[in-house]
Design a protein around this ligand. Sequence first.
Ligand SMILES: O=c1ccn([C@H]2C[C@H](O)[C@@H](COP(=O)(O)O)O2)c(=O)[nH]1
Ligand SMILES: [Zn+2]
Length: 164
Amino acid sequence: FISWDDYFMAIAFLSAERSKDPNRQVGACLVSQEGIILGIGYNGFPRGCSDDKLPWAKKSARGDPLETKYPYVVHAEVNAILNTNHASAAGQKLYVTMFPCNECAKIIIQSGVSEVLYFVEKRIDNSDHVYVASHNLLSMAGVKVRKHQPQMAQIPINFQDPRV
Ligand SMILES: O=c1ccn([C@H]2C[C@H](O)[C@@H](COP(=O)(O)O)O2)c(=O)[nH]1
Ligand SMILES: [Zn+2]
C-alpha cells in the first residue's frame, strides 16, 4: 500500500494531468490535519474564460504580454485553496507538484496553510527572484516547507477490470 504522503502527492500529479498548459502542468492537493482532502487544483484559466479565446503561449511574437498565458492563468495552488467549498485552509498541508511562486506563497500564508510539500523546484539558481522571494516569505511566515521524497518510483493506475 502507498504512504499517505505518496498518496496525496499522487493526487496532485493526477490533478496536474487536467491542465491544458502545453509547457507545464502543475497540480496541488490541500489536506486537513486529519488527512482529509479539502481541495485539489491545477493551472488553468478562470471559470468561464475559454481556452479557445485565451492564449497558452509563453511568448508573443509582437512582444505583447496579453498574447501570453501569464496574465490569465490561475495557478494550481490558488485553485486548490479556492476549491475547498469554504473549508478553512488554516493549519492544513498543501501538496504541490512544483514549488510555489511568490504570488502563491502570499496566498498560502494568508490562508493559514501550515506546511507545503513540493515535488520539484522550477528555480534553476538564485537569480530567479520569484522563487527566492517565495522561499523567503514562507520561511518568514513560519510555513514548513518540505521536498517530498517518494517511497514508490511510480503508482500505476490500471483501468482494466481486475477480474480479467
Ligand atoms: O506557483 C506556480 C507557478 C506557476 N504555475 C503555472 C502557471 C503556468 O501555467 C505554468 C508556468 O509556465 P512556464 O511555461 O513554466 O512559465 O505553471 C502554477 O500553477 N503555480
Ligand atoms: Zn504561483
